[in-house]
Design a protein around this ligand. Structure first.
Ligand code: ADP
Ligand code: MG
Length: 236
């Protein structure tokens, strides 16, 4: 029953988002159309300065479609028993390369001794990359991104901390709303996607932030419930 409910909830979300998508894709289309009109009127030199705007708008439309598809995919989530720090270690070179290009650094605090988690590896990688990218996008050069895993009661925690801009109190409630973005090239779908992935793992996402100091995003995923020992009937 639980997974059926999840699917219904997800379909509702997808329905609401289809309306948002239409709106979001029309903006880039309008820009491209305007550009094509200018091509008839302007000299090639003038057009040069518009070129990158058009490319960026097309890229943004593409990102929106990609994020939306990831969110809409209602395939049965195939999970396997894995160790979180192994997934993190696989992703580190990718994140490190990205941070390096921005002049930022990455610190790892991975606990190798966590119990196994039942995870959809593809989805969890997507979640980590999205959160890491948000952290990097919030920081200037010299910023530090910290990736941490630890155990907390019956859960594993994945904590991604940046030394970036922080998030104004007034925005904390909107963060996970589809299409909420403060970036000119943002889709506003990254955190919605992360939340839906966390929920598909019975997990939660918690954000702690201080303006001007930075942000920690804490993803909590419960360990598998331990098998209860079978009850033994005692006859007397
Ligand atoms: P996008 O990254 O495309 O804007 P997200 O859903 O990933 O969309 O994030 C939504 C918004 O939340 C961002 O535009 C930004 O304002 C805010 N945000 C998310 N993560 C952070 C962070 N680590 N530091 C500061 N702001 C953040
Ligand atoms: Mg994002």
């Amino acid at each position: 029953i639980r997974s059926e409910l999840d699917n219904v909830e997800r379909l509702t979300l997808v329905g609401q988002m289809a309306a948002g998508i239409t709106h979001e894709i029309r903006n880039p289309m309008a820009v491209v159309r305007g550009f094509l009109q200018l091509m008839r009127e302007k000299s090639p030199e003038d057009l040069h300065s518009y070129y990158h705007i058009v490319m960026e708008e097309l890229d943004r439309a593409n990102s929106i479609i990609n994020d939306f598809l990831s969110l809409a995919q209602s395939r049965v989530s195939d999970k396997e028993m894995v160790q979180l720090h192994l997934i993190m270690e696989e992703l580190t070179p990718l994140i490190w390369a990205d941070a390096n290009l921005r002049g930022q650094s990455v610190e790892l605090k991975l606990s190798p001794s966590l119990p196994l988690l039942r995870l959809n590896v593809r989805e969890i990688k997507q979640l980590i990359l999205n959160l890491a990218r948000n952290g990097m996008e919030a920081m200037e050069a010299k910023g530090v991104l910290t990736l941490e895993t630890c155990e907390h009661e019956d859960t594993a925690q994945l904590i991604i901390t940046d030394t970036g801009s922080g998030i104004p109190q007034s925005q904390l409630k909107q963060l996970f709303a589809p299409f909420f973005t403060t970036k000119s090239q943002g889709t506003g779908l990254g955190l919605s996607l992360c939340l839906s992935i966390a929920e598909r793992h019975n997990g939660t996402i918690h954000v702690e932030s201080e303006e001007g100091k930075g942000t920690s995003v804490i993803v909590t995923i419960p360990f598998e419930p331990k098998e209860e020992p079978a009850e033994i009937e005692v006859y007397s």
